[in-house]
Design a binder for this molecule. Structure first.
Ligand code: NAD
Ligand code: UDP
Ligand code: UDP
Length: 316
């Protein structure tokens, strides 16, 4: 690109994170191409962008080649919640691996910078806490989560091999649990489940004894981290953890959501899914130093906005 707007491809742009990213890129003056097969994403997530002449939706599956001319690529296409990625596990691995190969091939042909939405799941059920980028992880390669975890690990391998072998400009972010408006109400993730259950006055489903921990990042903070990483010099490849280090047990989250919604929901205990990580918290020292980034939105504030989104959705 010499003149005009930066042309940016967002794969998975009709999903939860992708729709926020597309919106932010348009606000920043980019020409955005969203490629999505609408497996878990929806047109509703991006309906408000469809009238913008600099936004384009392309129904496309990233496991197939894609020939377009762009300056930057954000590769987000992949179902992200355990319920969704375990529905068709073979397709999940194909999406991560073949999708990465195709997007890397595209980046190589057009000389684009390319960002990979990797995940804290590359650390598996971690023995190192909090997780730093040099920790290599503890993933069960044959368990029900492996299609996602190993798919994402292999995608990272491909990114670093294209970097070493072909000199591609790569940016790998390891994303920790993120929440906010446009989460799928029935994708089974903990924040959306708890809010929807509390709003409907149904029991809150706590898996195991609820003592496992997670650290939750509000979507706007995460997207800011993405843009800062993409804007770094060519020497910065990542992987870089992006997430909010405030850690809590899942039980504490349940109590907080019930109190904030003002719900009468009780708690029901259900079995802990196989290979469910016991603890997770990002060490974000590297993101602070390299990107000057820290999350700004408190959990209280973020949950307030997310509850308002689901409440409005249920009333509509
Ligand atoms: P999401 O399910 O809302 O979005 C994923 C998008 O990818 C959807 O729009 C879906 O239709 C699309 N997609 C799936 N398979 C595809 C394919 N083969 N071809 C084209 N499009 C396809 O999930 P999300 O939470 O927005 O996650 C986005 C990315 O961020 C994913 O790569 C996910 O692994 C990663 N991530 C998310 C979180 C989180 O907490 N939300 C945490 C870690 C990593
Ligand atoms: N590819 C694509 N768009 C492009 C260029 C390549 O989708 O603009 C895909 C193509 O399917 C190819 C893959 O990316 O198989 C990897 O490309 P690369 O050039 O690395 O390898 P090769 O073409 O030799 O397989
Ligand atoms: N969880 C829960 N009840 C639910 C959904 C999830 O207790 O209704 C737990 C789940 O077992 C896990 C944590 O909440 O320990 C986060 O689950 P999620 O699927 O959101 O993300 P991930 O396990 O991928 O971090």
């Amino acid at each position: 690109m010499k003149y005009g707007r930066k042309r940016v491809l967002v794969t998975g742009g009709a999903g939860f994170l992708g729709s926020h990213l597309c919106e932010r890129l348009l606000d920043d003056g980019c020409d955005v191409l969203c490629a999505d097969n609408l497996f878990t994403g929806t047109k509703d997530n991006i309906a408000h962008l469809l009238g913008n002449p600099y936004f384009e939706l392309m129904r496309h599956d990233v496991t197939f080649p894609l020939y377009v001319e762009v300056d930057e690529i954000y590769n987000l296409a992949c179902p992200a919640s355990p319920v969704h990625y375990q529905r068709d596990p073979v397709q999940t691995t194909k999406t991560s691996v073949h999708g990465a190969i195709n997007m890397l091939g595209l980046a190589k042909r057009v000389g684009a910078k390319i960002f990979q939405a990797s995940t804290s799941e590359v650390y598996g059920d971690p023995e190192v806490h909090p997780q730093t980028e040099n920790y290599r992880g503890s993933v069960n390669p044959i368990g029900p989560r492996a299609c996602y975890d190993e798919g994402k690990r292999c995608a990272e391998t491909l990114f670093f091999d294209y970097w070493r072998q072909h000199g591609l400009r790569i940016k790998v972010a390891r994303i920790f649990n993120t929440y906010g408006p446009r989460m799928h109400p029935d994708d089974g993730r903990v924040v959306s489940n708890f809010i929807v259950q509390a709003l409907e006055g149904r029991p809150i489903t706590l898996y195991g004894d609820g003592s496992q921990t997670r650290s939750f990042c509000f979507v706007d903070d995460l997207i800011e981290g993405f843009l800062r990483l993409m804007a770094t010099g060519d020497d910065v490849t990542g992987p870089i953890n992006i997430g909010n280090p405030r850690e809590m047990t899942v039980r504490e989250l349940a109590e907080m959501v019930v109190a904030m919604v003002g719900s009468k929901s009780g708690i029901v205990f259900q079995p802990l899914p196989a290979d469910d990580p016991l603890q997770r918290r990002p060490d974000i020292t590297l993101a602070k130093e390299t990107l000057g980034w820290t999350p700004k939105v408190t959990l209280e504030e973020g949950l307030e906005r997310t509850i308002a989104y689901f409440r409005a959705r249920m009333q509509a």
